[in-house]
Structures are given as structure tokens and as C-alpha cells.
Design a binder for this molecule. Sequence first.
Ligand code: FAD
Length: 317
Amino acid sequence: MKVVDIIRNSKGTEFSFEILPPLKGKGIKSIFEGIDPLMEFNPRFIDVTYHREEYVLRKRADGGFDKVSIRKRPGTVAICAAIMNKYKVEAVPHLICGGFTKEETENALIDLNFLGIQNVLLLRGDSIKSEPYFAPEPDGNRNSLDLIHQVVNLNNGIYLDEEPSGTNATDFCIGVAAYPEKHFEAPNMLSDLNFLKRKVESGANYIVTQMFFNNSKFLEFTDHCKKMGITIPIIPGIKPITKKNQLTVLPKIFHIDIPFELSDAIEKCTDDKAVRQVGIEWAIQQSKELKNAGVPVLHYYTMGLSEATKQIVTSVF
Ligand code: FAD
């Protein structure tokens, strides 16, 4: 079922979460171990992130260098198929522009369609570590708008190599990302919102937000969206802090603020267990408030570790 239909048919706030494919060498069991504990809470969909390969240059005996792929993770198409097959729950693959030509993207979409996967979250992706700025492939999509355009074309039966036929049209439901605290490359909030509006006008069906720790930022953001005529469902992303170093790592990677009240409480913790408890209590409070505010879905970033999310949803649902 499409995410938008799940939301349309729902009587209250639904539960969903995101998992991260494991590093190379691990099997599907490691994914199932992260999902199993959360199945009793009836997640309506499970997102599977995509991660670009990273490369290092290794010196050869002859003095030259080889480009070697590291931190490779299995592809999302196979993982989504395995999840849907085992749990009969919708799996939502994340598709990014970075590292893919349009043809490779089309091939992935053909596979997803063949497997009956109806939802996709379309993203630009970030630059790889060796690049100062995001650089698309020469024949690739430059940003999420391009990628939306490609999927909308397929939904209209327009493939890269053919005249429009309409006969083999796909029917993907399109999710996109948004940032209650602004995307780090956007010059200001208004231009970021204008760009989000273009994503919606181009065919996005629903929005999932970056994590945030201050609900008023999310609620202000949804107000702005409404005023600008963005009326598709907006799903908040929630992440519990579980380690003290996340106080600096999360703002650095995700360009988000952590409220003083939360950072102060975590700073005062004397062990990891106490940090986890503070982080989980904060996420429970956030989730309850957002549920009362009527959000369609509470979407949790598990990072492959389900225990903290389990504690939260036990209190919230
Ligand atoms: P875009 O929507 O393309 O926007 C990127 C920036 O460019 C914004 O600042 C936008 O305002 C600006 N911009 C782009 N084009 C224009 C234009 N024509 N005019 C004006 N402004 C423009 N990354 C991964 O690698 N894998 C994942 O699985 C993944 N999952 C994510 C899930 C969620 C819910 C979120 C919120 C993020 C995720 N990311 C993931 C991170 C994401 O790839 C990065 O945040 C990336 O930098 C931006 O992606 P985007 O799709 O929001 O970009």
C-alpha cells in the first residue's frame, strides 16, 4: 500500500521507522534482528537508507595507486524485498542522485516496480568525503527535483530509451525530505521552503523531516508549509540520543540544534545508561506532544538499533 493511502485510511498517528543496511559481510539476519523487536507495534512502513560507497587510494608495489571501495553496504532493493517478504509490511527504499546515472536509477526503479515496492523516498544525497561540494554523475540527476521528475516520468510510462507509451507506467508514491531547521546549503529558510514547494508541485506525495529535538521548530515549520500551500502529509523524524558524544556528532552531521535543557541534562549524566534514559525520556515527551498535535506518523531513526525505539513506542502507542 502507498504511504499516502496508509495515512488516508488511518484513524490516528501511525508508527514507522528507518533502518540502516549493515556494512559488507553481514547477512540479512542482522537486519531482521533490528526489526523483530519492533514488529509488535505494527509499523506501517520501514524505510531503508542508501549509502554511497566511500573510496580510499591504496599504494601499489609499483608506486601507483588503486581506488579501493570501503564501507560498502548491500543494496536497498534486495533488503526491501526481503523485508516485505518476511514481514508483509511496506518497505520504503531511499534513492539518491549521488553516484548514479539516470540509467542506473531507472534500472533500480524497474527492479522495485517488478518486486511490487510502491513507495520511494527521493533524495539528492551528500557529497562524498573527498568532494567539497555535491557533484552528480555526468549522466545523473543533480538534485531531488530531477529525481522526482524521473520517477514521475516512469509513472507516466516515459522511460529513458523510448517514446512515451503509457502502457508500462509505474505507480510509485513519492516521499521527499525536508528540514525544520533548514537544509545546510539553503541560503535561508524561505528559499528552502520555496524549493520544497517545487518538490511538491513536481510530484512529491509526502514529506519526511530531518530529526529535530525541539517540537516548536517542527510545528513552526508545518505552519509555514501550510501558509505556502504545502498540504501533503508531513511526517516528523525522531531520534533518541543514546550516547554523550551525539551532543556534538548530531549537530555536526545533521546541522540541527539540541536544546540546552536536553544537552545540560545529558552533560550531567555520569554513565551511558543514564544518558540513554535521558535521551529516551526526551523522545517520549516529544512523541507524545507530536501525537497530540495530530501528526500522521511518528517516524523513528533507529540507526539499526531497535532497543531505544522500543522503549519509546511502548510508552507512546
Ligand atoms: P534537495 O531536495 O535536492 O535539496 C538540496 C539543497 O539544494 C537544499 O538546500 C535546497 O534548498 C537546494 N536546492 C537544490 N536545487 C535547488 C534549486 N534548483 N533551486 C534552489 N535551491 C535548490 N542521504 C543519503 O545519502 N541516504 C539516505 O538514505 C538519506 N536519507 C535521508 C532521509 C531523510 C528523511 C532526510 C531528511 C535526509 C536523508 N538523507 C539521506 C540526507 C540527504 O541526502 C541530504 O540532506 C542532502 O544534502 C539533501 O538531500 P535532499 O533530497 O533534501 O536535497
